[in-house]
Ligand binder design. Structure first.
Ligand SMILES: Nc1nc2c(ncn2[C@@H]2O[C@H](COP(=O)(O)OP(=O)(O)OP(=O)(O)O)[C@@H](O)[C@H]2O)c(=O)[nH]1
Length: 244
């Protein structure tokens, strides 16, 4: 008989943060580091297409020692690096684990990408998907793998809602309907209570992970899409699309 009991993991929890360009992923990660660095040993891996811009932003924020922030350059296809070929990210994580052992938490930021990019469970033990109220009030209602099935959906920058004529509460309610009971968090850097709720979610998820009760989920594959020009190609999950 195979043994299906779960044993508590011994390595750091890997937390993915995904979402479209500019939704506030780097800022959210900087905030988590600021809130949790005194109690947890943290490292961050960023994914950028051609630069190390996100890593530089995080280093400049001064929330972690600079050597704990590692940039992976993904080339033209940022979602491939978090889903189809996770090897460069796994190598970067293992490098950080070797340098800073014992780590409690490794946060991996995806390159800002489209609404359907999600982490493979081979890379992330848990994942946050980030939306921005300024991206439009109907985005949450339209759904998609990250919106519907990430471990936590963040409706971010709620302080901007009145300036962009978006009803943030309605957006959160739409998201809750799409998520079948999974949590949704309204977040603003200007609302400390919301920042505390975010930090508490990470603490609780880490506790579950350490106890062996948190199971990494796969939100689902990329929807078919195109980057505008270039040759179509097939990902490991069988989806064909074109690249710039
Ligand atoms: N008003 C407001 N602005 C925010 C908030 N969070 C982030 N921002 C701003 O939103 C912009 C984009 O934030 P980033 O954290 O760089 O977003 P990102 O998703 O990492 O961006 P990419 O890596 O380029 O995809 C920056 O100007 C942030 O200062 C927030 O809660 N409220």
């Amino acid at each position: 008989m195979p043994d299906h009991t779960h044993t508590a993991p011994t390595r750091a929890m890997r937390l993915g943060v995904a979402g479209p360009v500019g939704t506030g992923k780097s800022t959210l990660i900087a905030t988590l580091c600021r809130e949790l660095a005194a109690e947890l040993s943290i490292a961050v891996v960023t994914n950028d297409i051609y630069t190390d811009e996100d890593a530089r932003l995080l280093r400049a924020a001064g929330v972690l020692p600079v050597e704990r922030i590692h940039a992976v350059e993904t080339g033209a296809c940022p979602h491939t690096a978090i889903r189809d070929d996770v090897t460069p990210n796994l190598l970067a994580i293992e490098d950080m684990e070797a340098k800073f052992t014992p780590l409690d938490l490794v946060i991996v930021e995806s390159g800002g990408d489209n609404l359907t990019a999600t982490f493979s469970p081979a890379l992330a033990d848990a994942q946050i998907f980030c939306l921005d109220v300024a991206g439009g009030g109907d985005v949450a209602r339209k759904g998609g793998p990250g919106i519907e099935r990430a471990d936590l959906l963040v409706v971010n920058k709620t302080d901007l809602a009145p300036h962009v004529n978006v009803d943030a509460e309605a957006m959160v309610a739409d998201a809750q309907r799409a998520r079948d009971g999974l949590p949704v968090l309204a977040l603003s850097q200007r609302d400390d209570a919301s920042v505390q709720r975010l930090a508490d979610w990470v603490r609780t998820t880490l506790t579950g992970y350490r106890a062996g009760s948190h199971i990494a989920r796969d939100p689902g594959p990329m929807a078919p899409h195109s980057h505008g020009d270039g040759e179509p190609h097939t990902h490991d999950d069988g989806v064909t699309h074109a690249h710039a």
